[in-house]
Write a protein that binds this ligand. Structure first.
Ligand code: ARG
Length: 564
């Protein structure tokens, strides 16, 4: 039984499912002929009962109708391990090769696209961009890319933390350190952070500082024009600096949102609803609280000002009005599990039927991530350090093809290493950060993926053979071809599995295997010096494999290089 049969079965059922009218088992049956002889039309659907059972977990065709369409499709396209092990490659090998090569680098079907919002990265102004934000950025970007690739309608949101009492401290710090607007424009992330730290230090010795900070923030909350304007300017500078860093990382957003959009004066309607529906109760201190999982959670301060949770409630409502999303994912570390539980619970208590479309995509900590210089991490410093180390490695490497002063390539390589090091971990696990491991030239790192990609590019450029217009599988007889084709054929299944589990490591591991299979093929399937027709066919096979590698790397958020 070949994968081809499995995939075709999937496509045919999908065709049935896509029909607007309901369908009956009799309609479905022609597509699932069990044990029938091959003929042009139904060969594609022939499948022994055992495999059908393994793939769908059902024995009776009518049971298919009880399963959700999405589910059937997933089950069909993955199969399970037992079924995969049983798959043999002998049926219709050539048709299979052709089909794989023609369709390998794109998803094999298109369901009704979902509207999905991803909230990721979302750092706080004037605080370091810590591991949580880095992982959120990398994972959120990858998930958005993947869903876009699978034809979903994706909106990428960066929700900047720019509100709360600590912002009074920043203003005091700026005033005390006498930073000018010009200073801050040039270095917003660091200077705002310094101001914050400085004001906090002052407050330890001088109790009036806290009062001043509170006063400054209350001026913001009530919306004093002057205060809001300086604040908006500084947020703008910060955003510009972030955009630069995101660009280096290959990350983009459709929208920047700010917590300040949901300050108390903007969300009175939501606050009123929380009170009217008795979702919150006032306690003896005048705060408004709610009981969630037997814990008391503050929803509004006694002076009526908002908290992180209040702003998230209002933001979710605002986003649903705007996007009518099918799903909204918050890519935020494990430590905020309770926060997102509360958020969903509050929306449920407000009777919003879409509350269960919200999901917290959690992840573990990175232990020990710091630059060599110090502990407060600024992403820029990490990336700069990475680039320096890559330049050093490139100087030392005998095979380097790019000029040593090409720091853009080094930057891309460094970033690839940081991304792959992160995405190869299981999402929820904590892991240790180790510069040596991250930037390893040998082993499963971002360099390996980039290197194989470059190798295939240089092969195409330098072999002197032209790509043929069509694949002729009959001349590709070596076991290495079979091996590579099988590997390439798995790509689509891998994508669906990755998407279902939100686990990039499935795709990363797959790409490492694919690279190994490409390397094995490169050893045996010579292009240069072979019979020209055979050489051209081999080149086509390799270039198509490269397309899959390219697609996979791009989904993970890497910028595939042509030379290194
Ligand atoms: N700024 C928050 C933090 O650094 C993360 C925000 C995540 N998104 C959200 N909608 N709560 O902790």
């Amino acid at each position: 039984m070949s994968t081809k049969l499995k995939l075709y079965l999937g496509r045919k059922i999908i065709e049935c499912l896509k029909r607007p009218t309901s369908f009956t088992p009799t309609e479905l049956l022609p597509w699932i002929q069990i044990g029938k002889n091959h003929n042009e039309q139904c060969m594609e659907m022939t499948m022994p009962l055992e495999v059908l059972e393994n793939n769908l977990g059902i024995t009776n065709i009518t049971e298919i109708l009880k399963i959700q369409p999405d589910d059937i499709i997933k089950r069909i396209s993955y199969g399970n391990n037992r079924a995969n092990r049983n798959l043999q490659f002998d049926v219709e090998r050539n048709i299979f090769i052709k089909d794989v090569i023609e369709n390998c680098a794109k998803p094999d079907f298109n369901l009704k696209p979902k509207t999905i919002v991803f909230d990721y990265s979302s750092p706080n102004i004037a605080k370091p961009f810590h591991f949580g934000h880095l992982r959120s950025t990398i994972i959120g970007n990858f998930l958005s890319n993947l869903n876009k690739f699978l034809y979903n309608k994706v909106t990428r949101l960066n929700y900047l933390g720019d509100w709360g009492t600590q912002f009074g401290f920043i203003k005091v710090g700026i005033d005390e350190l006498k930073f000018s607007e010009h200073d801050i424009r040039n270095n917003p992330l660091k200077l705002l952070y310094e101001s914050y730290v400085y004001a906090n230090k002052l407050a330890e010795k001088d109790s009036t500082i806290l009062e001043r900070a509170k006063l400054e923030f209350s001026k913001l909350e009530v919306g004093s024009e002057d205060h809001l304007n300086f604040w908006k300017d500084y947020m703008g500078f910060t955003r510009d600096e972030l955009v630069g860093i995101y660009k280096r990382l290959g990350v983009e957003f459709d929208e920047y949102n700010y917590e300040s959009m949901y300050s108390s004066r903007n969300i009175q309607n939501v606050i009123q609803k929380l009170k009217d529906r008795k979702v919150v109760q006032q306690d003896s201190d005048g705060k408004h609280v709610a009981l969630v999982d037997k814990k008391t959670v503050s929803i509004l301060k006694s002076d009526g000002s908002t908290l992180y949770i209040t702003r998230d409630i209002a933001a979710a409502i605002d986003r649903f009005d705007k996007y009518k999303f099918d799903k909204m994912y918050y890519v935020v570390d494990n430590s905020q599990s309770d926060h997102f539980k509360t958020l969903k619970e509050m929306l449920h208590r407000l009777d919003l039927p879409w509350a269960n479309r919200l999901h917290h995509v959690k992840f573990g900590r990175i232990r020990g991530m710091s630059t060599r210089k110090g502990n407060a991490i600024f992403l820029k410093d990490i990336l700069d350090e990475c680039r320096e180390m890559m330049i050093q490695k490139q100087i030392e490497s005998p095979t380097t093809k790019v000029k040593i002063d090409d720091s853009e390539t080094s930057d891309i390589l460094g970033v690839s290493c940081v991304i792959i090091n992160d995405l190869k971990q299981r999402r929820q696990r904590d892991y240790d950060f180790n510069w040596e491991k991250v930037l390893q030239v040998q082993g499963d790192t971002g360099i390996k993926l980039q290197y194989v990609h470059c190798r295939l590019h240089s092969l195409e450029e330098n072999c002197g053979v032209k790509l043929p217009p069509q694949l002729v599988p009959e001349v590709l007889v070596e076991p290495e071809v079979t091996n590579l084709i099988k590997s390439v054929a798995k790509f689509q299944d891998i994508l669906y599995r990755t998407e279902e589990q939100f686990e990039a490591c499935i795709l990363v591991t797959y790409l490492f295997h694919l690279c190994n299979d490409i390397n094995k093929a490169l050893k045996v399937l010579k292009v240069k010096g072979a019979d020209p027709d055979i050489g051209a066919q081999r080149l086509l096979l390799l270039v198509k494999s490269r397309d899959v590698l390219h697609a996979g790397m791009s989904i993970l958020g890497l910028k595939p290089l042509k030379k290194m």
